[in-house]
Ligand binder design. Structure first.
Ligand code: SAM
Length: 333
């Protein structure tokens, strides 16, 4: 694998080497914090980039120095042809890592292909360890299926497996200790994510934000949380470990502890737009120009210009919860 010089450098000298691709806006579950209360308006199939188009965009990004790609959605594993697409993506010369974020429902049945296709890392979203509550949060009776997928992925050598829990007051916040406990025996990285007021219009849900500082206190009873020094490849999580634990704890605090100054991400939405900041509605069309005959050089120019418009920081706080117009399922969380 070659290495391409990073050319996507923003105004604040952040090197944008990480592209998250939402390959579909479709999802097989309906998490209360992700899908709008009034249902989701689906993109027309013809408005979602084809795999060919995604590969072309990914190739251009890699030539500009992107070396890390994450597949997300919607739910990436519901898109037809995903198992054939993955090895074509991972074959791009210059990529160091291709990872996947999934709700885990189809993980077990697709795991062999995912592994053979070259996915390096897997993140799984899981917000409750109780069957009924899981069903309440997601609208789907799938807890056992997800847990079986996690176990199987672990057996197949995926390490670390990151388990992402969005913590919501009065919904699942009494489970933080149980999730944290998982890290004692299993080599999982449990990541507590602060709820972000994106796309969900219900004020009830928006009020359920729990700051990471509070979660830290809640799980402190389990033992001493030892900080893990930041690694260059770390995402936005603040990392800790209980003494002697097999796994880790991470806190992702987009509202109370902005990680914007360290943000190295660009996003390709499931409608084919390039989005420089998750929490800003600014997006630039890539697939439209591509379908109108833009050359690779033209598309690279769009990447370079968009990188320069990346905002320094978002402005959401637990008190300022302005809603964004786009939906997480389209942007890719
Ligand atoms: N379907 C996949 C999954 O469930 O992991 C990938 C897409 S999902 C949108 C990606 C991540 O975004 C998940 O970890 C989810 O928990 C997170 N997410 C979605 N809406 C969120 C919100 N309002 N606040 C915080 N995290 C959110």
């Amino acid at each position: 694998m070659g290495t391409n010089q990073i050319q996507l450098i923003d105004q604040y000298d952040r090197h944008l080497n990480y592209l998250r691709i939402s390959i579909t806006d479709r999802c097989n579950i309906r998490c209360i914090y992700c899908m709008p209360g009034n249902g989701i308006s689906k993109l027309r199939h013809e408005d979602i980039p084809t795999y060919e188009e995604i590969l072309r965009i990914a190739g251009i990004a890699v030539n500009l120095g992107v070396d890390k790609i994450r597949l997300t959605g919607g739910e990436p594993l519901v898109r037809k042809g995903i198992c054939e697409f993955i090895p074509r993506l991972t074959a791009l010369a210059g990529l160091k890592e291709v990872s996947l974020t999934t709700n885990g429902i189809f993980l077990r049945e697709k795991l062999e292909n995912i592994k053979a296709g070259g996915i390096n890392r897997i993140n799984i979203s899981l917000d409750s360890l109780h069957r009924n509550k899981y069903k309440k949060i997601t609208g789907y009776d799938g807890l056992e299926t997800v847990l079986a997928g996690i176990k199987e992925a672990s057996k197949m050598g995926y390490h670390p497996i990151k388990i992402n829990m969005v913590v919501m007051e009065g919904v699942n916040d009494e489970e933080t200790l149980d999730f944290a406990r998982l890290s004692l025996e299993h080599p999982y990285h449990i990541r507590f994510i602060e709820y972000m007021p994106v796309s969900v219009t219900s004020p009830d849900i928006a009020l359920r934000h729990v700051p990471s500082s509070l979660i830290k206190q809640q799980i402190g009873n389990l033992g001493k949380l030892v900080p893990i020094p930041r690694d260059i490849l770390d995402g936005p999580a603040e990392r800790f470990k209980f003494e002697g634990a097999a796994g880790e704890i991470g806190f992702i605090s987009p509202l109370t502890h902005h990680f914007c100054p360290l943000c190295n991400r660009l996003r390709l939405t499931s409608s084919g737009y390039l989005r420089p900041c998750l929490l800003s509605d600014q997006e630039v069309d890539l697939v439209g120009p591509m379908r109108n005959g833009a050359s690779d050089e033209d598309l690279a120019e769009i990447f370079l210009k968009t990188a320069l418009t990346k905002p320094y920081a978002h402005h959401l706080t637990p008190k300022n919860t302005t809603h964004l117009s786009a939906e997480m399922s389209s942007i890719g969380g």
